[in-house]
Design a protein around this ligand. Structure first.
Ligand code: DC
Length: 205
């Protein structure tokens, strides 16, 4: 299914690896421009957290699953990444994301394949990245004291390799995405650039 042809389409697609700053930028854009926001990683995290057959979990996913309190851990991220490599899991979650992307009033979605697979027609595509060391440091600071930094860095590298190396919808920038590297750009500067790009596109539309 393509997302072309829906009413009032205005989609901001934000892709990139874990802890690059996608969520912060997505929330800022949604608040500033009154767009609906979907953190698509939550769908894959919920599939991993439900356990059992990931394809059955993805097909039966409902709103209560996304409200679970155990979706933010390192283990949930790894389980999400493993399930996300299964094409039938991705297929089961695609239509919901496409409808969300093209809803009246506009939407911002952050994930790994929004600009490449879910909504290649998105009016704005951003690819937010940062070095593995910078991203692991951000994650490590959010975790309970005592978690070794090396463990977090290894987890970041492992998840990057799996998300970039899978056959179906691998993590990569769309050819027409604007790339923002938040290892060298403070997050508020990255937010300011993203706001400017969306403002310009809305003005041009
Ligand atoms: O964004 P996140 O860290 O919450 O995502 C968790 C995992 O889910 C990520 O490692 C890969 C997978 N994912 C995906 O394959 N496609 C998406 N659009 C979003 C997440």
């Amino acid at each position: 299914m393509s997302c072309t042809g829906a009413r009032a389409p205005f989609t901001v697609a934000i892709d990139g690896p874990a802890a690059a700053g996608k969520g912060t930028i997505a929330r800022a854009l949604a608040a500033r421009f009154g767009l609906a926001h979907l953190d698509t990683g939550l769908l894959y995290r919920a599939v991993g957290a439900i356990g059992g057959d990931p394809v059955a979990a993805a097909r039966a996913l409902g709103p209560a699953d996304l409200a679970r309190g155990d979706l933010r851990s390192l283990a949930a991220g790894q389980a999400a990444s493993r399930g996300a490599a299964i094409p039938e899991v991705r297929a089961a979650l695609a239509d919901f994301q496409r409808r969300f992307a093209r809803q009246p009033g506009g939407a911002v979605l952050d994930g790994r394949d929004i600009g490449t697979v879910i909504c290649p027609e998105a009016e704005v595509k951003l690819f937010i990245t940062a070095s593995p060391e910078v991203r692991a440091t951000r994650r490590w600071r959010e975790l309970p004291a005592g978690t070794p930094f090396e463990t977090v860095l290894a987890e970041v590298r492992e998840r990057d390799a799996r998300d970039m190396g899978r056959t179906d919808a691998p993590l990569r920038p769309a050819l027409d995405a604007l790339i923002l590297d938040t290892s060298t750009l403070a997050i508020d500067e990255a937010v300011a650039r993203a706001l400017e790009v969306v403002r310009a596109r809305l003005g041009a539309g």
